[in-house]
Design a protein around this ligand. Structure first.
Ligand SMILES: [Zn+2]
Length: 191
């Protein structure tokens, strides 16, 4: 893996890799894809290193981690939303200005029609055979943004509604009720 990292001459991505590796555990192909997607979005949306961004990842695997470590997007601070679609895609936007109801974002996905030009990487993506991360990342470095497709999207800014806090009639613990429910989700699943 160190050999691969030595081949990367992108002055932006290199220091990012140094931060992502200890956080994620190693440089996985998925985490590297996240870095490349972040780079594309940063250029398209003029995102600076210290800008707060909002990211929706369409997979739980690897892809969310670069956004957590480099931009502090977490599930808890609402900077990171995960859709469990198992798709290599993200939507990224900057924060809205006060009063704005929607904001320009970009959705980027790893495009199989484009990865086909990079057979080793395509084999990793389609899981045709076992491809080591080193080989997959090597091809990704060559490909750069050539394997991604993106479009600008309108992202709705969530409206803050007053929380309807209730005591669950089943377990007696407090919870935030949606649509007037009197039983918490934990208990509903057990019923
Ligand atoms: Zn309950």
């Amino acid at each position: 893996m160190d050999e691969i990292i030595a081949k990367i001459d992108d002055p932006e991505i290199l220091p990012q890799i140094d931060k992502v590796v200890p956080f994620h555990g190693y440089l996985s192909t998925g985490a590297f894809i996240g870095l490349q997607m972040l780079k594309i979005a940063s250029e398209l949306l003029d995102i600076n290193d210290d800008d707060r961004i909002f990211v929706t990842c369409e997979t739980l695997n690897c892809l969310p981690d670069p956004f957590q470590i480099l931009h502090g997007c977490t599930v808890g601070n609402k900077g990171l939303k995960i859709l469990d679609y198992d798709k290599m895609a993200v939507t990224i936007n900057k924060g809205a200005k006060p009063g704005e109801t929607n904001v320009k974002g970009v959705r980027i996905f790893l495009d199989p029609a484009k990865t086909a030009k990079y057979p080793v990487f395509h084999a990793w993506y389609m899981n045709e055979r076992k491809v080591p991360h080193e080989e997959a990342i090597s091809e990704l470095i060559k490909a750069g943004d050539d394997v991604y497709t993106w479009e600008f999207v309108d992202v709705q800014v969530p409206v803050k509604a007053k929380k309807d806090v209730r005591i669950c009639t089943s377990c007696g613990e407090s919870f935030i009720s949606k649509d007037g429910s009197t039983v918490c989700k934990g208990c509903l699943e057990k019923l």
